[in-house]
Design a protein around this ligand. Structure first.
Ligand SMILES: Nc1ncnc2c1ncn2[C@@H]1O[C@H](COP(=O)(O)OP(=O)(O)O)[C@@H](O)[C@H]1O
Ligand SMILES: N[C@@H](CCOP(=O)(O)O)C(=O)O
Length: 326
């Protein structure tokens, strides 16, 4: 349950009264999510999300996240936008925590991924990369190449408790990535966590993207690699080339990836896999007894990483520059 901070009725009413959104009619914590406390807020003017930012979010990053949502929404992207209070502020404080009210998006995230969802996420990612091109703020990716080894070292001594040989495999993979990571690919604003639970659909139609709290400035193709990992593997561990092609061709309708970006996809996929493997491994090993949030399985990403290690090129993903353009 991702409600770490309780909010009293009095505090809520005083907080909401500083916005032009009417009177509170209902208020409830949202069970989903991992990082922050989220509440469904209904007032006489509509539905909203109240988020209190918890300890894993650096308050200095909040103007970037909120500014980015506002920028993308103003450019027509279906994503939440932060509300301004009567003094024009989007970032406020409630119960001693930084907080914001953002607009509510209709739809559901897909529990079982169908090919048309991969088309949808390809379009959403293309919209984000093009609409984000003139966003002037920047934020360093806090979970990229230089961050992976220090993160691994926090779990290194206990990694083999999860799977024998895991520490050695990760050590060798980090050596490989440090030697082969591409450094001159086109950069811009990326979502960096565009997983199915952050993309809403109404039926087969994309209705919006949420959770911009890992967004940052990095290689655009790294976002594609995150999505290939998160959307294109089947529950039995096989890679679905059809889903990858649909995602890439939908993305290319908005932004055509260069040949260098396509060629880099296998190594970017390895990087994206190790990023989620390492954060999941840390959370798995440091999961507080009795915590409500269930840690995600790090080995899911070890299996994905193994697929990428064996890939001989983008063709193994069903992807070529020409196919992406179709
Ligand atoms: N703008 C929004 N509109 C509708 N539901 C939202 C919105 N933002 C968050 N939610 C709900 O809250 C849940 C958790 O949000 P998320 O941003 O993923 O949290 P966290 O950052 O803590 O992982 C989502 O799965 C969704 O149910
Ligand atoms: N997508 C990550 C976990 C991040 O959680 P979120 O609720 O903020 O999307 C993973 O699957 O490891």
């Amino acid at each position: 349950m991702a409600v770490y901070t309780a909010v009293s009725d009095e505090d809520l009413q005083a907080f909401v009264a500083s916005y032009d959104i009417g009177e509170v009619t209902s208020f409830a914590g949202i069970a989903e999510g991992v990082e922050n406390s989220n509440f469904m807020l209904r007032t006489t003017t509509g539905s909203y999300i109240l988020t209190l930012y918890e300890k894993r979010v650096n308050p200095e990053d909040l103007p970037f996240f909120l500014g980015l949502m506002e920028h993308l929404a103003a450019k027509g992207m279906a994503c939440p936008t932060p509300l301004h209070d009567r003094e024009g502020r989007t970032l406020r404080t409630l119960n001693g925590k930084p907080g914001a009210i953002i607009s509510f998006l209709d739809g559901m995230w897909p529990r079982r991924i169908q090919p048309q969802h991969c088309t949808g996420v390809g379009i959403a990612m293309g919209q984000l990369h093009t609409a984000g091109a003139d966003f002037t703020m920047t934020r360093r990716n806090g979970l990229t190449l230089e961050d992976w080894r220090p993160l691994f070292e926090k779990s290194e001594a206990r990694a083999d408790e999860v799977c024998p040989g895991l520490a050695d495999m990760l050590r060798r993979e980090l050596d490989y990535l440090e030697a082969h990571w591409p450094r001159d690919l086109p950069r811009g604003v990326i979502h960096a966590d565009l997983f199915p639970d952050n993309v809403f659909f109404k039926g087969a139609e994309l209705s919006g993207v949420i959770d911009f709290y890992f967004a940052c400035t990095d290689a655009l193709a790294y976002d594609i690699a995150v999505c290939l990992n998160a959307w294109c593997f089947e529950p039995d561990g096989s890679f679905n080339i059809t889903k990858a092609r649909l995602m890439l061709s939908a993305y290319a309708r908005l932004r055509q990836p260069s040949e260098a970006e396509i060629a880099a996809l296998p190594v970017l996929c390895r990087g994206a896999a190790i990023r989620f493997l390492l954060t999941r491994l840390y959370d798995w090993l440091n999961h507080p007894e009795g915590a409500f949030v269930k840690p995600k399985d790090p080995m899911e990403y070890a299996h994905k990483l193994r697929f990428h290690q064996r890939a001989s090129g983008p063709g193994d993903y069903g992807i070529t520059a020409a196919a992406a353009a179709q």
